[in-house]
Design a binder for this molecule. Structure first.
Ligand code: CA
Length: 230
């Protein structure tokens, strides 16, 4: 996981510098590009991951993304400034693997970078969190908590797996319903709360102060486990 090369394409220098500093702290090699033109030139060096701002002075992030996609499957995280842009990314399927809405916390972005690199790495099908406290094994459909197997229903497993794939991202109840729709028709509306409650019961030490599944009041839920280094 160390020493991977990340291209950060961002015209706002302050943001670019902060992202660079956080990534370097985690031993990533970082190259900055301020324009689409610079990005497409730098891209030829070869990168393990690209962080791409949607709004650049000379080119649309979407166009850069598509140009890169013509040549490469490199993982791409899009940065967007507002929710309409978020809709654009979701709606058009422009080839980004993940996206982060500004203002974002650099720590969250780094967590997404790690999660994405882990996801594209291939055969490794399990992820662990909080120093192996919680392990989610997608190949075996198994979750262990402090080394003990936790029995989750298929719906609970699916829910936990999806939400844990994007640490820090807030999911609304509706999004969570969509995740488990087609998976379990019982997954509607407030039953999300019931599923979350059941999962918490199984994986949290103290359900009153959860360290994995946090409630975001008035919105939904997010997973805040810290992925372990490989
Ligand atoms: Ca910008």
């Amino acid at each position: 996981m160390k020493g991977r090369k990340v291209l950060v394409v961002e015209d706002e220098q302050k943001i670019a510098e902060i992202v660079k500093a956080y990534l370097e702290k985690e031993q990533y090699q970082v190259v900055l590009a301020k324009t689409g033109d610079e990005a497409l030139t730098a891209f030829k060096q070869g990168f393990d991951l690209i962080i791409l701002d949607l709004m650049l002075p000379d080119m649309e992030g979407e166009d850069i993304c598509q140009t890169i996609r013509n040549d490469s499957d490199v993982p791409i995280i899009m940065l967007t400034a507002k929710s309409e842009e978020e809709d654009r990314i979701k709606g058009l399927g422009i080839g980004a693997d993940d996206y982060v809405v500004k203002p974002f916390s650099p720590r969250e972005l780094v967590a997404r970078v790690k999660a994405l690199l882990r996801r594209v790495k291939g055969p490794k099908e399990f992820v662990s969190f909080n120093k192996k406290d919680l392990i989610i094994d997608s190949a075996r459909f198994e979750v262990t908590k402090k080394g003990e197997t936790v029995v989750l229903t298929p719906t609970e497993f699916k829910l936990l797996q999806c939400i844990a794939d994007h640490p820090g991202q807030v999911y609304t109840r509706l999004q969570l319903v969509n995740i488990i729709l087609g998976y379990d028709f019982e997954g509607y509306d407030r039953t999300i709360d019931a599923h979350i409650k059941n999962i918490r019961h199984k994986i949290e030490d103290d359900q009153k102060s959860p360290v994995y599944l946090k409630t975001v009041y008035g919105v939904g839920y997010k997973f805040v486990g810290i992925p372990d280094e490989d």
